[in-house]
Write a protein that binds this ligand. Structure first.
Ligand SMILES: [Fe+2]
Ligand SMILES: [Fe+2]
Length: 204
């Protein structure tokens, strides 16, 4: 009975997150489908990381949809600008990582805490060239590293307002070239080795 109640609460929580994200969707060019795929890709990556527990895998699945929640605080005209952003606008756009973290950081509950980490770290890069803090390698939490790869892989292979979808080959080539630069090499290996499973998610 207790287990059923927990499950019910988790499903409910999950639904609420997706509703919230769909509201946010209207404020950016990322679709609800993108958000769902990022959650699925993140979960699959996490399942192949041997040291992550079932609970951590579930946290990453439920929290990854909130990675861009800080965009709520970005002015409409920047968020919706059809063309390329100026340097100044880009600087403002980049604050969404920190703003998302600010929204979520006060809770120490499992799920919100995971969401705070992901919001804060999903634009960090393995070689330290990311933002907001320029964290390097394993200084970046595994949740952040996973969502960074899932987010980019999905964004490349699907159409956005400002670009067409890349072919899978081109996207995989890009990911390989950025292994150890943008992405955690161990996660890139997981993606490449099990590519067909990831492509199944892509084609959903
Ligand atoms: Fe982001
Ligand atoms: Fe995204």
């Amino acid at each position: 009975q207790a287990a059923r109640l927990t499950e019910e609460i988790e499903i409910n929580q999950c639904e609420m997150i997706y509703i919230l994200m769909e509201v946010m969707e209207s404020t950016s060019d990322e679709t609800g489908q993108h958000i769902k795929r990022v959650a699925d890709i993140s979960k699959l990556l996490a399942q192949y990381v041997s040291y992550l527990s079932e609970e951590e895998i579930s946290s990453i699945f439920l929290a990854s949809p909130m990675h861009d929640i800080g965009k709520i605080a970005i002015p409409e005209d920047i968020l919706h600008k059809p063309g390329k952003l100026t340097d100044e606008e880009m600087t403002i756009m980049k604050t969404h990582a920190e703003k998302g973290y600010e929204l979520l950081k006060s809770s120490k509950r499992r799920l919100t805490n995971a969401a705070a980490i992901i919001a804060y770290q999903h634009h960090e890069k393995w070689d330290g060239s990311g933002y907001p803090r320029g964290l390097k390698g394993e200084e970046i939490h595994i949740f952040g590293r996973i969502v960074a790869l899932a987010d980019v892989f999905d964004a490349l292979t699907h159409k956005r307002q400002y670009k067409n979808a890349w072919t899978v080959d081109d996207a995989v080539e890009y990911i390989k070239q950025n292994s150890g630069k943008h992405f955690d090499p161990a996660l890139v290996d997981i993606l490449i080795t099990n590519l067909s499973e990831f492509l199944e998610i892509m084609n959903q």
